[in-house]
Design a protein. Structure first.
Length: 187
C-alpha cells in the first residue's frame, strides 16, 4: 500500500518536473515560440556590440511559414526593411555606438513544435516560423554603454513581450521587457 502511494507520488513529481522544465524551455525561447514574445541576446566584447533578435514571423509579417502569395512576399519584404532600419528597433544613447551591419539570418525558418492554446483550427497546418536578425555595432566607448531602449514594441505592436539576455566582460543578466518597461540596464 505504502509502496504504491510512493510510486504514485514519484511519478507525479516526475511529470511535474517535465512540465516545469518544458515551461522554462519555452520561456527561454528555444524550440517553442509563443506569439507576441520575442527574444533578444546582447553581447559586448571589446568594441563590438552584437544584438540578436528572434521573433515569431507572425508578429513581424502577419503570417508564418514560407511566403506563398504575392501579398505575403510583399509583407515579408516590408517587414525586413523595417527590421533593417535599426533606429526604429533600438535606441542606443550610451557608448558612442555606430552600426556595422544588419544581417537577416533566417526569414522563415520552419518550426514544428508549438505551445499555444486555442490557436489553430483542426485542419490547419501546424507551421510556425521565426525571423532572426543580427545587429552589429562598433562602440567607441564600450565602457560607457549602460542601457538600451527597445523601440520594437512601437514598430511591431504585435510584439508584447521580449525576453532579453545580455553578456558583458563584467557579467550577465536577463530581463523580461514590455511596452512600458522597455529599457534594459546593462550595468
Ligand atoms: Zn507560431
Amino acid at each position: 500500500m505504502m509502496k504504491k502511494n510512493l510510486e504514485k507520488i514519484l511519478s507525479f513529481s516526475f511529470l511535474f518536473c517535465i512540465i516545469l522544465f518544458s515551461k522554462t524551455f519555452a520561456e527561454n525561447g528555444h524550440k517553442v515560440h509563443e506569439h507576441g514574445t520575442s527574444n533578444i541576446t546582447i553581447a559586448i566584447e571589446n568594441n563590438d556590440l552584437q544584438i540578436q533578435l528572434e521573433a515569431p514571423l507572425i508578429d513581424i509579417a502577419g503570417f508564418e511559414g514560407e511566403p506563398k502569395t504575392k501579398l505575403q512576399k510583399q509583407k515579408l519584404k516590408e517587414a525586413s526593411n523595417k527590421l533593417k532600419n535599426w533606429e526604429d528597433i533600438f535606441k542606443l544613447a550610451t557608448g558612442s555606438c555606430s552600426k556595422d551591419r544588419v544581417t537577416i539570418l533566417g526569414e522563415h525558418k520552419k518550426k514544428q513544435i508549438h505551445n499555444h492554446k486555442n490557436h489553430h483550427k483542426k485542419n490547419e497546418k501546424n507551421i510556425h516560423s521565426d525571423i532572426k536578425i543580427l545587429y552589429e555595432f562598433n562602440c567607441a566607448k564600450p565602457n560607457n554603454f549602460k542601457f538600451l531602449e527597445i523601440k520594437l514594441f512601437e514598430t511591431f505592436p504585435n510584439i508584447r513581450k521580449i525576453n532579453a539576455q545580455w553578456t558583458t566582460a563584467s557579467g550577465q543578466g536577463q530581463k523580461a521587457l514590455n511596452k512600458k518597461q522597455n529599457k534594459l540596464i546593462i550595468r
